[in-house]
Design a protein around this ligand. Sequence first.
Ligand code: BDR
Length: 319
Amino acid sequence: KKLLLIDVDCGTDDAQAIMMAIACPDVEILGITCVGGNTDLENVCRNVLRVLKLCGRLDIPVFRGSSTAILGQNIHASDFHGVDGLGDVPDANAPGLELIQKEHAVDAMKKFACEYPGQISLVATGPLTNLALTVKMDPTFPQKLHSLYIMGGNMESRGNTTACGEFNFVADPEAAYIVLNDYLCPTYIATWEFACRHKFTWEWYDKWVNMGTKKSDFIKKIYAHSLQFSRTEKEEKAIVGGPGFVSCDSYAMAAAIDGSTVTKVIECAVTVEITGKFTRGMMVLDLIDDLKKQNKAFVITECDMEKFKALMESTVLGD
Ligand code: BDR
């Protein structure tokens, strides 16, 4: 089985990405680590537990990580994901936070990497704070991973949070900078524009959330808030290539679960702008080897939509 560690700031698309991994029979999730991002850290932890309960997988250990970015900033995406991160749909039966492990996320990541050297694919769908802290505490951590899959950054200078910054990288640019420089393991990046260019039609979305399963009902409920936002003029402008349904985090997850979903990449060194007045948090692709960086990343530019669609559909099947 493929071993996964998942680091999330559990908003709506993180929830769906976790469900995708759970639905895949070839995957074993060792643990889920939480980071503040789409919503605050306590909501993130609660949201992960809600998803695990829905899927009958409360056996997967969940760890609390960093609540703020490395420099202490704290931005959330409540406009899109709701204040609680899952569309502000009340859930009286949400599991209690006492189920969260005592161990810190960073310690858990280091421990798993030592237990399963060279075997873990780490999927990061939030700000990269926990990953940056881990590599600073143990510089050999990335070498103990099999691979890293990130949802974040941008490849055509298009942003969704600032004019040219994607949310996860803008939320913690220093962390993104550290990870892109210090993670010397095969690193795949699903950027904002890549996700937008592989969006679904709203017609497909309507069928997907109306499958009549407990899971499709859950997805429909948690996405209702973000859809009001997605269909606003401002957001439709932000969606590269025109309107449609984009579940960003699922692209990184699909790549980790089944590498054959990735059909085209740009292999190049990447870094993050951390000082620019207008460009802080923007990912930079070094296509002319200006930085002379030894480690190159795989920036995903195309995926097999039929395979991706099948993974999305598997997410909501079965109760
Ligand atoms: C990313 O930011 C978050 O709002 C989403 O969960 C996704 O990880 C898209 O820019």
